[in-house]
Ligand binder design. Structure first.
Ligand code: ADP
Ligand code: ADP
Length: 237
């Protein structure tokens, strides 16, 4: 059974000029054990699709299932529990997925507590070469360090779904490689890793690349070892 299954997903936003259709009938299936990249021009609906998959927004239309259960039928409490325990989320601005008052070590410990798992925070920080910054608050970290920390914290406990919005966009090659290596390790351990990205380095590291255009999934060109996976207009990621 897939982790997530979306059918005819639709999302609308109110805009001054009238409703914006951010997603129009997207079919998508998410399974564990692989890295999928969603690419497409700015405004094509990537962040919106990630927000639906991470159960942070409800679709305006269509049907989203989590392990076979309709998400629309889940209580707020159950949704929050799923978001905390099973879903790692890295916002486009990494500080939006970090606790401002906790140091780097505390971020990892807090995430482990929320998820009900145990881990050695220094081991997790070592994966992104941040052991030396264990006592630093997010505000004093560089942008690249914040990004590495946000990805590491979200990945604690190998969540069933690990979603990251442009996780490598602002990173130099060394930092991008650390982040992509960590994402690969979690995918190998079973997480479904889903990225929104424009970055060729991230697309090359993905197993699957899906393209969005004006809220519609289109299958086209491949990058690196990744291939676009579209069967009858349905993306399997
Ligand atoms: P991408 O991540 O590919 O840049 P988004 O999912 O952010 O695309 O946006 C898709 C469309 O929905 C855009 O037209 C954007 O302006 C609009 N949109 C996204 N989020 C909101 C929101 N919270 N309120 C209003 N419009 C939004
Ligand atoms: P929310 O209900 O808005 O998702 P929580 O109260 O669960 O937030 O958690 C507060 C903060 O903890 C979030 O703003 C975020 O910084 C972090 N956080 C919580 N859950 C996750 C998660 N699954 N992945 C990444 N960060 C998370």
């Amino acid at each position: 059974e897939p982790l997530l299954q979306g059918r005819e997903l639709l999302q609308l936003y109110a805009a001054p000029t009238g409703p914006t259709q951010a997603l129009r009938g997207v079919d998508v299936t998410v399974v564990g054990g692989r890295i999928s990249a969603i690419t497409g021009p700015s405004g094509s609906g990537k962040s919106t699709l990630l927000a639906l998959l991470a159960l942070r927004e409800r679709p305006a239309g269509g049907e989203l299932r989590h392990r076979g259960t309709l998400v629309s039928g889940l209580s707020r409490r159950r949704l929050q529990q799923l978001r905390r325990r099973e879903i790692g989320w890295v916002a486009q601005r990494p500080t939006h997925s970090l606790f401002p008052q906790l140091d780097a070590r505390g971020q990892i410990e807090q995430m482990a507590r929320l998820r009900g798992v145990t881990c050695d925070p220094l081991d997790v920080l070592a994966e992104v070469e941040l052991t030396g910054r264990a006592a630093a608050l997010p505000a004093v970290l560089s942008g690249g360090e914040q990004q590495r920390l946000a990805v590491a914290a979200a990945s604690v406990g190998t969540p069933a779904l690990l979603v990251a919005d442009e996780p490598t966009a602002e990173l130099d090659d060394d930092s991008a490689a650390l982040v992509l290596r960590l994402l690969r390790a979690r995918a190998d351990a079973g997480s479904a890793v889903v990225l929104a990205t424009h970055d060729a380095r991230a697309m090359a590291a993905a197993d699957t690349v899906l393209r969005l255009r004006h809220g519609v999934l289109t299958g086209s060109a491949s990058d690196g070892r990744a291939h676009t996976s579209m069967i009858d207009g349905q993306g399997r990621i």
